[in-house]
Ligand binder design. Structure first.
Ligand code: SF4
Ligand code: FES
Length: 252
């Protein structure tokens, strides 16, 4: 290679993205000071790869430390930051700014159908009560020396419902749950499904009896809101339909 052939052009350096303004409108409420919830607007500096959780942190850490919301892992694993973002249940930590229309304000409020405690925090006790009622744990009388062996095919039957992170996005997007807080709700049924169809478990008929209750699977109106809301991509409505069929059969 001659000297004239050497490429002397400087390598292209990409301009770093500049932050831009995003208006976040949060539905605020404190039982100590407010009669009713109200909307409050904040403007934050964001990058396209920031998430709504980053916006909430910026508000809390730099503008208003009284803003209340739950979060833990910040990576879509713990399920603690489900909220309504532009009218749709999502995890704040998995909702990227670049996926929202930021030419308009972004509206953030607590999930619906559970008692509002403060700002974006609801009382999750009724949700976990329903979850506990379906006995979401393995029940087996045998005592193997090592692990209980299960075939790949048997494991695959309930693979989808093992992915639940109990975020409540499905249950609190369900119109039946909004109007009747007694309904077990999609998340409890998903977690029942996970054990009803587990070949190692022996308590399927107990769970099917529980879900044959008037507040059980038959309250589902197959609106698919739950499937659309699930941040784990679980086919929630399909799982509910499988449990309905198992109730009719009287076995998984
Ligand atoms: S089924 Fe999906 S939306 Fe419902 S609680 Fe589990 S992870 Fe959340
Ligand atoms: S903070 Fe854990 S799922 Fe979002």
């Amino acid at each position: 290679m001659t000297e004239s052939q050497v490429d002397t052009a400087a390598p292209q350096v990409e301009e770093p993205e500049k932050p831009f303004k995003v208006e976040i409108v949060v539905r605020r409420y404190s039982s100590e000071t407010d009669q009713e919830p109200y909307w409050q607007s904040f403007t934050v500096d964001m990058y396209s790869t920031n998430r709504i959780l980053d916006a909430l942190h910026q508000i809390k850490w730099e503008q208003d430390s009284t803003l209340a919301f739950r979060r833990s892992c910040a990576h879509g694993v713990c399920g603690s930051d489900a909220m309504r973002i532009n009218g749709r249940n999502r995890l704040a930590c998995k909702t990227l700014i670049k996926d929202l229309d930021i030419t308009k304000p972004v509206y953030v409020e607590a999930i619906k159908g559970l008692p509002l405690e403060r700002d974006l925090i609801v009382d999750m006790d009724p949700f976990f009560e329903s979850f506990k009622e379906v006995q979401p744990f393995l029940q087996a009388s045998d005592k193997p020396e090592k692990e209980r062996i299960q075939s790949i095919e048997d494991r695959a039957v309930f693979d989808d419902t093992t992915k639940c992170i109990l975020c409540a996005a499905c249950t609190t997007s369900c119109p039946v749950f909004w109007t009747d807080g007694q309904y077990f709700g999609p998340a409890a049924i998903v977690n029942a499904h996970r054990f009803i169809f587990d070949s190692r478990d022996e308590a399927a008929s107990t769970r099917l009896d529980i879900l044959n209750d008037q507040e059980g699977v038959w309250r589902c109106r197959t609106t698919f809101n739950c499937t659309e809301a699930c941040p784990r991509g679980i086919e929630v409505t399909k799982a509910i339909a499988e449990v309905k069929q198992a109730v009719l059969r009287g076995r998984p």
